[in-house]
Design a protein around this ligand. Structure first.
Ligand code: NAP
Length: 250
């Protein structure tokens, strides 16, 4: 069965492609940067996988629908919705354009691709949908409102799909990583708590997929801290968020 990975040209997507690349495994890798994606594809082929690349911008929703229709013509084992962007962390009023970019890339693109595929998955009676969300979806900092909002929307979408599709034998998994070393986080100018290497991050994600976890957040200690803070009274939560923000220097 094919594994489809969006955002496979760098970071977690690249590392997941290499993780799953093995003899007789068919992969479909998607991203915009052709040279980077071809390089990842070549390395996956060297590990014995059969690889198809799709150079596409996920915010081109018409194109995403057409790609979804084409993918629905063949078998689908797993789709990992990983393509995503952040706009960094900054104070002040979030520009509308940030919301537009993040919601289009991190959230709306997912359904543009998936809408034509869902009937196929239902007909198959199997398939796995993996959504790469973020721990940021569980606690919104004032410096990353648009990013957290887009990932929280993704969680809500995935939760609904889980209820809808699990009845048809389809597994829907939402993965919420903390800070992982990647092109995205290398832009951050503050100390990232519990930062993991890309390889460690992918090991956690692959383990969660293997165990068919419906929701999985990691690293555990960071997740636990966020959960505990969410149980505090609002006034105490405000103090913690403001203190953390102050330490970030924003
Ligand atoms: N790193 C972290 O700490 C962290 C934590 C939690 C969640 N995440 C999530 O993990 C996912 C992967 O991020 P990463 O850390 O691996 O960052 P990354 O190295 O910047 O990778 C992002 C990937 O998404 C692709 N992408 C971005 N915009 C796209 C677009 N418009 N069309 C098609 N592809 C697009 C990029 O490919 P092209 O530029 O070639 O198109 C790239 O392959 C994201 O969803 C991110 O939100 C990351």
């Amino acid at each position: 069965m094919r594994i489809i990975i969006t955002g496979a040209s760098s970071g977690l997507g690249e590392a997941m492609a290499l993780h799953y690349a093995a003899p007789s495994q068919r992969l479909v890798l998607m991203a915009r940067r052709e040279d980077r994606l071809n390089d990842v594809a070549e390395r996956c082929r060297a590990q014995g996988a059969e690889v198809e690349t799709v150079i596409a911008d996920v915010t081109d929703f018409g194109r995403m629908r057409r790609i979804g229709e084409e993918l629905a013509q063949g078998d689908i084992g797993r789709i990992i919705f990983n393509a995503g962007v952040s706009v960094g962390h900054s104070g002040g009023v979030t520009p509308f354009e940030d919301f537009e970019k993040l919601f289009k890339t991190n959230f709306l693109s997912v359904h543009a691709l998936l809408e034509p595929i869902i009937p196929k998955l239902i007909a198959q009676g199997s398939g796995e949908l993996v959504f790469i969300s973020s721990l940021a979806s569980l606690l919104t900092m004032p410096t990353s409102i648009a990013y957290s909002s887009s990932k929280r929307a993704l969680n809500a979408y995935a939760e609904g799909l889980h209820h809808q599709l699990s009845l048809h034998g389809i597994k829907v998994m939402t993965i919420m990583p903390g800070f992982i070393d990647s092109e995205m986080t290398r832009k951050n100018r503050f100390k990232m708590p519990f930062l993991l290497t890309t390889e460690a991050g992918v090991a956690c994600i692959a383990g969660a997929i293997e165990r068919k976890r419906i929701r999985y957040a990691f690293p555990f200690r960071f997740y636990l801290m966020i959960r505990i803070v969410s149980l505090f009274p609002q006034s105490l939560r405000d103090k913690i968020v403001n203190f953390t923000n102050f330490k970030k220097g924003t």
